[in-house]
Design a protein around this ligand. Structure first.
Ligand SMILES: *Cc1c(COP(=O)(O)O)cnc(C)c1O
Length: 405
């Protein structure tokens, strides 16, 4: 058998150098546990970066995908399938939206949102110069050219210039800085209700409401990028529902397919007047396999009361982490909503603590440079959370004693 080290080197010889995976090679998963090919088990509180909301190998998802694979995988948007229609009906019935553009990833859903916003302003409102898009510093919106342009972090822009014209940056949670940029040429404002990659930073309710009011005052569209916060992650199906502020456009991906790639951009009938036949499309968009996965995810969330679980387990995890923070001065903040929790650490300690957690068999990662991110599957039990917390505690103790040595 090829050794894991050899296989890892083979991967590194052929993989895009833009990735730098860990040296564990993952083999299978079951519930909240991930196993590598050397038989090590990990408690997975990273969940494929907030993707595997039903955990690994969830029996309902496995069965649905097996059935769908044996029935129909793909037909293109030249035809409907019932499963696609059911998914669009379901997503709109659960939100403010009337229509859905189905795609395959978060970045594509963000691209679709920008295209819809600009076309809405030019063709429906009749203002072809109303094209500016305002996004937030320390945001993340994906890796296509328009998505990195909207991403308010220079490190994602470097070497890829020229960026897409018409983008401007304000400070997150600073309404005044947004107000300075908003005018009659503003087509849209895009914001994550909780910045994910930026370090798990929740917007204040006043900020989101203020953005809503600013948009209304100049006829701009408010886009909530819920690629990470959507599908139950924060304790309501969509984060906007927890804030009580309704956007005009919402973007989804990550958790939507429970691990099967799918994205969605949703809006009202009025906003979707911006698209006509041929305006935008995706070959794989609405793929029956992906739609079946998403429908199953939504079914299980509802049937098993997972939103309640997210709130209870989220509180449990948050308060346990806050207790640990009291004993560990490197932890300077614990924040988030539901099962999207960040533990901000001093200096470069977050990366070291993530490694120490892995040594304890707990998978978490660094977001925004200084924050340890916890985004476990929505199915975690009280016992899983207890186990994770005791591993974090152990990791912090080992890390602390290494610091002292
Ligand atoms: C992950 C993420 C994206 C990008 O999604 P991809 O599927 O990687 O293209 C966009 N927006 C937010 C808020 C995200 O967290």
């Amino acid at each position: 058998m090829t050794s894991t080290q050899e296989l890892f080197e083979l991967g590194n010889a052929h993989n895009s150098p833009s990735y730098g995976p860990s040296d564990a090679i993952m083999e299978r998963g079951q519930g909240v546990t991930l196993y590598d090919r050397d038989g090590n088990a990990y408690l997975d509180f990273l969940a494929g970066i907030a993707v595997n909301c039903l955990g690994h190998a969830h029996p309902d998802l496995v069965k649905a995908l097996q059935d769908q694979a044996a029935t129909l995988l793909h037909v293109s948007n030249m035809f409907y399938t019932e499963v696609q229609i059911r998914l669009m009906e379901r997503l709109t019935s659960l939100s403010f939206a009337d229509r859905v553009f189905l795609c395959n990833s978060g970045a594509e859903s963000v691209e679709a949102a920008f295209k819809l916003a600009r076309r809405f302003q030019s063709t429906v409102v009749g203002k072809p110069n109303k094209t500016n898009i305002i996004s937030m510093n320390s945001s993340f919106h994906g890796r296509t050219l328009a998505a990195i342009t909207a991403t308010g972090q220079p490190k994602y822009h470097k070497g890829f210039e020229p960026l897409v014209p018409g983008f401007f940056y304000a400070d997150f949670n600073d309404l005044e800085s947004v107000r300075k940029l908003v005018d009659q040429d503003t087509a849209a404002i895009i914001v994550e209700p909780i910045q994910g990659e930026g370090g798990v930073r929740p917007a204040t309710p006043e900020f989101l409401q203020g953005l809503r009011d600013l948009c209304d005052s100049v006829g701009a569209l408010l886009i909530f990028d819920e690629v990470q916060t959507g599908i139950g992650r924060t304790g309501t199906l969509f984060a906007y529902q927890g804030y009580g502020v309704e956007p005009d456009i919402i973007t989804l991906a990550k958790g939507l397919g429970g691990g099967v790639p799918i994205g969605a951009m949703m809006a009202t009938n009025r906003v979707f007047e911006g698209f006509v036949k041929g305006s935008h499309a995706s070959t794989f968009g609405g793929n029956p396999l992906a739609c079946r996965a998403a429908l199953t995810v939504l079914d299980v969330i509802e049937r098993d009361g997972l939103l309640e679980n997210v709130n209870q387990r989220g509180e449990q995890l948050m308060s346990a982490l806050r207790e640990l923070a009291a004993d560990h001065p490197t932890i300077i903040d614990v924040r988030g909503r539901g099962l999207m929790i960040g533990v901000e650490c001093l200096d470069t300690h977050a990366a070291e603590i993530v490694n120490a957690c892995r040594d304890q068999g707990l998978l978490v990662n660094v977001a925004g440079g200084a924050t340890v991110r916890f985004v476990p599957p929505l199915i975690v039990t009280a016992q899983d959370v207890e186990s994770a917390v005791s591993r974090v505690k152990q990791a912090l103790e080992e890390w602390t004693s290494k610091q002292a040595a």
